[in-house]
Each structure stands twice: as C-alpha cells, then as structure tokens.
Design a protein around this ligand. Structure first.
Ligand code: UN1
Length: 506
C-alpha cells in the first residue's frame, strides 16, 4: 500500500535532483515508518557491478590524489553550500524515510554541514611533523598521503550524517568513496548523491567521475566491498554482530577498519546532581530518536538516596511525552523503524520483568491513520540489578535504572557491559566528576559531565572502545585514519653517517 507521504517523498526527491527513474519501478520497496506505506522502489546494484564500480572509484582516486588538498576542500565547501540550500528538504526526507522527528531530521543535515565546514578547514591542515634527526645534514619529516578507496557502510538510524562524516574527510584527504547505505534508507542516500553531484558540477572539470559511488541493496554488496583488495579502508557503522563479520574479513587482507558498533551507554546520577537538569538531559538522551541512536542512554545508575525522587520525576516525564507523527510539532517520539524493532523491545521488556524489573510505559501506541507504523511509549524500567538483558543493546527506547551506594560501585556497573561508546555523570562534586573522567573512571570513548551521552558535536573524535569497535570518526585527528603516513629522511650532506652509530665500511 502506498504511504500517505508517497507524493511528498516523490516531490522532495525530484526537488533534490534525484531522477524519477532512480526511485520508481525498482526491485527494493522502501517504506515510511510513519505509516508503513511504500514511498519508493529503488533499483538494487547488481552484485557483479560492485567490483567494476570499485575499480572506477579507484581510478577516480588516482586523479583526485594529484589535486591539492585546499582545492579538494573546495568540493566539500560547495557540497556544504548545497546542504545549506537544501537543508529543509533533506531533513524532511530523513524524517519521512527514517521516522525521527523533524527537528532531529534537520539536526542530522546540520551535522553534515558542520562536518563539511570542519573538513574544509582541514583541507589546508593535512600536515605532518618535522622531526629532529640524530645525523648531521639530515632532515626528517612525515607526510600524509591519500589512501585510496574508502568503503563506507552505514546504518538506518543516521542515514545521511554518518556517510557525510566519512565522505567529507575522505574527499579532502584525496580518497574516493564507495557507500553502501542501509537497505532500509536508500532514498536519502540517493538524495545525498544528487546533492554531491550538484556540487561536483559547480566544482569544474577536475572532478573525476566515480569519485563517490553508491551501492544500493542487501548485505551481499557490503560483503563484496569488504572483501575487495582495492579498498584499503572500511568504515562501518552498525551492530556489533556486523562488526564481528566485517573486521576479520578486512584483517585477513590486512586492510584497515574504522568500526562504530553498538553502545550501551550509562549515566551516573550522584547525590549532588542538579536533578532538574539531569531529568531533561536523561529524557533527551534516552527517548530522543525513539532510542535508536548508538549513543542513546540505556542505563541510569542512580545513588540510592535520590533514586525515588529521580525515578518519580522521570516516570512523570515519560508519561507526559508525546508519541506520534514525527512531522508534527510537539511530537518527541516518532515511530520505530519496523515491526522487528518493536518485537525486540517487547522481548527485552519481558526478560526485564522476569528478572524482577518494574516497567513504566513501553506499550504500543496506535496512531489513527498511521496504523502501519510501530509507535511505542518509551519504557523506564526499575531493575533490582544489572542483569543480562541490561548488558545487551536493544535498539529501542528502554531505559533501565539501577541504584548504587559508592561511586566506585557506580563506575564498576557502568563499565560492566561489553560496549564502550558513550557515558555521562551528573554531579556538582569536582572529585566525582574528575574521578569519572580519570583513567580509573569511564572506559568509554566519550565521557561527559552534566550532559547526556548522545548528541555529540563534530569537533571531537567520535567512537568507542570494547564491543563498540575502537574506531574514531569526524573530529579531532580522525582524518589520519583516511590517509597513509610516510616518514621521509633526506640526506643533504655529502657524507653517509648511519643511525645508531653503526659502522659499515666498504
Ligand atoms: C549514531 O547513533 O550512529 O552523538 C551516531 C550523537 C550523534 C551521532 C550518533 N551526533 O548522538
């Protein structure tokens, strides 16, 4: 059945520059989670075409690597301009295809713009070190060179931003990009391709065709990408299960990976915390994006002396929150991506109950006119302990609450899960905050004080430890992952002194 939004999606795609033939008459049906109806039918990339496409992208890289970095930055600057001009349309399309509320759909496009700005500046700063040589008349330095084709595998939950994080950096670094988006969100991927093509057209003749390539379809395409020897770097975002499949395959051919896998992010709420602030931060982090961010807050670890107060306030917030159509102002929780996500949520809640958990919310919400969408009220679950189900990442809006007595115990609980992406502490006590951020504190790639674990900005490196995969993307020096480093020693003397005092007289 066609979605009530099929026409709107059609018009947005055309306006964004996607030819109608690309999203009609194809073999992969696309659904809007808002009402479950169809909004497009895209054409799967034939498996046999993956290798030729990668080879074409590789050739594009060979030309692109000769273009000076600042000129490469100009492409990304133009792309950022296209994104600014089309923010409203692309943000709306994200909401229609993914179901996140409009403000978050627009926020995702803003995140793309932010990484473009960051990458443009970076295009003039891809510099290495000058190193003191122990030998007279010798200069030592390191240089950073383009790497090759970067394979990007992304998930449904950030259907456009994660590609942009990777692409903006890869493009200024002189790489080509082959992107395998989630099969569930190909329309926004097509729109990104069209906007980059607009930028490329304005860029000029030195834009090599096939610098950015899209693979639309099922996981077999991603596997072909992962296995291809001409893809020196695979940057993959998704489940830990996916990462465990990808990592050994890339390692077997001695390629590189940047992995952004599951999160099971916790927030510790201390007795000194500003509870008004903490409740708002926890609500956004746990409920926002319907619990479908890898940085979503999934566990709150609260001091026993304030647990009743915090849980009471959270339960009231949970009960009052508006679940509904993500396009409507006032809605804070849109639909889950599909029925399987809702089933996973039900299963987890049943397990939590069996473990002695007290569940607030979590029930299905029927939306008149959108019966095909999977809407749920977010769940807050008071747990007697951090049981097995709490240690798992269920990609749905479930927040488990456990209590603690000492900060040491709280940090141990926070770290006692396989994942290590993001974390927070709510405290006004300097000692507690600094202990949490210290070597003996949070074991996550992101550790925050008095803000939630989600909604990271572009300037910082994004990623996490343990089952999260260890990769870092977007800010800080993440660009180095997209380049190869060469150490250069130049002898400008007439002699040939050897390092370490080695003597080797002929
Ligand atoms: C993700 O959920 O895959 O920090 C990425 C955040 C966003 C990115 C999340 N900036 O929540």
């Amino acid at each position: 059945m066609a979605s009530a939004y099929a026409v709107a999606v059609h018009d947005l795609l055309v306006h964004l520059g996607v030819p109608e033939s690309a999203f009609t008459g194809g073999d992969i049906t696309v659904h809007s989670p808002i009402d479950g109806g169809t909004i497009g039918a895209v054409h799967a990339t034939p498996l046999a075409e993956v290798a030729p496409l990668i080879e074409r992208a590789h050739r594009a890289h060979l030309a692109w690597r000769q273009i000076p970095g600042p000129r490469r930055g100009e492409l990304v600057r133009l792309f950022g301009e296209e994104l600014r001009a089309h923010k409203a349309d692309l943000g709306r399309l994200v909401t229609l295809e993914n179901g996140k509320i409009l403000s978050e759909g627009l926020g995702e496009v803003q995140e793309m713009i932010d990484i473009c700005d960051f990458a443009v500046g970076l295009s003039r700063q891809l510099h290495g070190l000058t190193i003191a040589s122990e030998r007279p008349g010798h200069a030592m330095r390191e240089t950073w060179h383009p790497l090759g084709v970067v394979g990007v595998i992304s998930a449904f939950n950030f259907p456009v931003a994660v590609w942009a994080w990777n692409s903006a950096l890869a493009l200024v670094c002189g790489d080509a990009v082959v992107w395998k988006p989630s099969e569930i969100t190909p329309l926004t991927a097509l729109a990104c391709g069209a906007l980059l093509a607009k930028a490329a057209q304005r860029f000029g003749d030195d834009y090599p065709t096939d610098l950015s390539v899209l693979l639309i379809g099922a996981s077999a395409l991603g596997e072909a990408l992962v296995d291809h020897p001409q893809v020196p770097l695979i940057s993959a975002t998704g489940s830990t299960r996916m990462g465990r499949l990808v990592a050994p395959k890339v390692a077997a051919r001695l390629g590189r990976t940047i992995l952004e896998l599951g999160g099971n992010n916790a927030g510790i709420v201390c007795p000194s915390a500003d509870l008004d602030l903490a409740v708002r931060a926890i609500a956004f982090a746990a409920i926002g994006t319907a619990g479908q961010r890898c940085t979503t807050l999934r566990r709150v670890i609260v001091h026993e002396s304030i647990a009743a107060d915090l849980i009471g306030r959270l339960a009231a917030a949970y009960a009052s929150i508006r679940v509904g159509n993500p396009l409507e102002a006032g809605t804070l929780v849109g639909p889950l991506i599909h029925g399987a996500a809702q089933e996973a949520m039900e299963t987890a809640l049943a397990r939590a109950k069996a473990d002695g958990g007290i569940v607030h919310g979590g029930e299905r919400v029927m939306l008149p006119g959108s019966e095909g969408g999977c809407y749920v009220r977010p769940a807050l679950v008071e747990m007697p302990a951090q049981t097995a189900v709490v240690a798992e990442e269920t990609f749905a809006p479930i927040l488990y609450a456990v209590t603690y007595r000492s900060l040491e115990e709280a940090i141990a609980l926070q770290n006692a899960v396989p994942q290590g992406l993001s974390s927070s502490i709510f405290t006004n006590d300097l000692r507690e905050a600094e202990t949490f951020l210290s070597a003996a504190g949070s074991d996550c790639g992101i550790a925050n004080v008095n803000i939630g674990p989600s909604g990271a900005e572009i300037g910082g490196a994004f990623g996490g430890e343990k089952d999260t995969g260890g990769g870092r993307e977007s800010g800080s020096d993440a660009w180095k992952g997209y380049m190869r480093r060469a150490t250069n020693t130049v002898n400008y003397s007439g002699a040939l002194p050897l390092a370490q005092g080695v003597s080797f007289e002929l």
